[in-house]
Design a protein around this ligand. Structure first.
Ligand SMILES: [Cu+2]
Length: 498
């Protein structure tokens, strides 16, 4: 669940520091070496000189080997989409082929991984109700899986990997399920996540709803954080097998669809639905731009749009926005935010610059279907409690247990289960439950302003979050923190739905 600031006020505990910090509308102009103007969208180990191949912009005319010059950043597009290999209506067929790949992040070579040669992996854009079939061909040297984060797939298709050990190197597995709900979801391995997801294995699944409000364009923005620029600072060096930058926002290089300092060309008068994903291991985003219009979260559109000052996106979270493009461009920024403190010290950082080469008046915001927005009443009972603890030199624990030595609790199928998550540690934890969707009843006893259906909810330091699960999907489902270091440190358990 992304956390909306202004709209939820005390509910999310907006730090006052952000209001003053943003007041000046700080815009950071990013300076680029022309040689760094291209990034990792198309991994190509043989292509070491990236200065001349990015023909989409005019940087090729700039000197490539002199002092920094103010040249336009690379042009951003949505990640390339997977082709549908099944001509039948209502059926979507594609292949995902994870393999080692070398690519660059802001000019620094990264030995990582890619699905079908691209980071982020191909977007699967399917229609509500489609039968989605994905053939995983494992070209890695290690076992892997594909987990469909946020989607209610059958247990055998969940790619959780902990029962069967995953798909071995050189082997294949066919995932098939029905896209039963609209929204913005994502896929990633669920084995050795600290290496495989960290190294670039992730992509977006868009399930389109034919009843959704019409837009002119649909833009997918995948954010990831890289620690490739630690420059030898003591204790902070990026290791070859660990590309993320822990919690130091000043050292994190955020990529958007693989690009650093990218620009996006919008058309004056167009309406764009923007789907965002934080695919990073452990870095938080606090997304901000002028006149935000926050329209959806993990499990699709809200009943009505909200107008926050910023939206916190924890690892694993998605948020959707509407851009009604007028005559002026703007910067997509992140305010400093870390898991161990919330609002942090530092300046806003520009992630992406939206340019409008052909200005025109903004369109009217899109019409809404006026779905119900009422928050469910709290049943005033608690069926399951999950206490998140740990840190320091010890394990990361849920209810005092570290994976895999855990107690398996049960939730009844087709019935309401009230889950309370208590965070007793000194860091946030994004709570994620596989194979289900749940409603947020309250955070520290304050109900959200409107109905929130999520699969990932960030639980702040010392916070108590109450969730209403109406379980529809039988099976054994992983429940864990989506900070991947915490997950691998033991902060994971299993919930049986029967
Ligand atoms: Cu955690």
């Amino acid at each position: 669940m992304s956390t909306t600031a202004r709209a939820v006020g005390a509910w999310a505990g907006e730090p006052a520091a952000f209001r003053s910090r943003r007041a000046g509308g700080v815009v950071t102009r990013v300076m680029f070496l022309a040689a760094f103007a291209s990034a990792c969208h198309d991994p190509d180990p043989a292509d070491t000189d990236r200065s001349s191949d990015d023909s989409a912009d005019d940087s090729a005319d700039a000197p490539a080997d002199t002092a920094p010059v103010d040249v336009p950043g690379p042009l951003l597009t949505s990640p390339a989409e997977a082709a549908d290999g099944d001509p039948a209506a209502g059926a979507f067929l594609t292949e995902l082929r994870p393999a080692p790949a070398t690519f660059t992040v802001d000019g620094v070579a990264v030995d990582g991984y890619a699905y079908n040669g691209q980071v982020p992996g191909p977007t699967l854009r399917v229609a509500l109700g489609d039968t989605v079939t994905t053939v995983l061909q494992n070209d890695l040297a290690a076992a892997t899986t594909v987990h469909w984060h946020g989607m209610q797939v059958p247990e055998a298709m969940d790619g959780a990997g902990w029962v069967d050990g995953g798909v071995l190197p050189g082997a294949a597995f066919t995932y098939t399920f029905t896209a039963d709900a609209p929204g913005t979801f994502w896929y990633h391995p669920h084995l050795d996540v600290g290496a495989q997801v960290d190294g670039g294995l992730y992509g977006v699944v868009v399930v389109e709803d034919p009843a959704a409000p019409a837009v002119d364009r649909d833009l997918v923005l995948v954010f990831d954080a890289w620690g490739e620029h630690d420059d030898g600072a003591p204790g902070l060096d990026a290791e070859a097998d660990d590309h993320h930058a822990l919690t130091n926002p000043a050292r994190t290089r955020w990529t958007v669809n693989g690009l650093v300092g990218a620009r996006f060309e919008a058309v004056g008068g167009e309406r764009i639905r923007v789907r965002t994903l934080n695919a990073s291991n452990s870095s938080y985003l606090a997304l901000a731009w002028p006149d935000m219009r926050h329209i959806g979260s993990d499990q699709g559109l809200f009943g009505a749009p909200e107008a926050p000052d910023y939206v916190v996106l924890a690892p694993g979270d998605r948020a959707e926005f509407e851009w009604d493009i007028g005559p002026d461009g703007f910067d997509v920024t992140t305010l400093p935010w870390v898991a161990s403190a919330g609002a942090a010290v530092g300046d806003p950082r520009t992630l992406l610059t939206v340019e409008v080469p052909a200005p025109a008046p903004a369109p009217t915001p899109m019409a809404w279907p006026s779905a119900t927005t009422a928050v469910s009443a709290d049943p005033a009972r608690t069926d399951l409690v999950y206490v998140f603890q740990g840190g320091g030199a010890g394990d990361w624990l849920i209810n005092g247990e570290a994976w895999p030595d855990v107690t398996r609790h049960t939730a009844a199928l087709d019935a309401d289960t009230v889950i309370e998550v208590r965070n007793l540690s000194a860091t946030n934890h994004p709570f994620h439950l596989h194979g289900q969707r749940f409603e947020v009843l309250s955070v520290d006893d304050v109900a959200p302003p409107a109905r929130r259906v999520e699969d990932t909810v960030d639980v702040g330091i010392r916070q108590r979050v109450r969730l209403l699960l109406h379980a529809e999907n039988p099976g054994d489902w992983l429940l864990h923190c989506h900070l991947l270091g915490h997950e691998e440190g033991g902060m994971m358990t299993v919930l049986r739905v029967e």
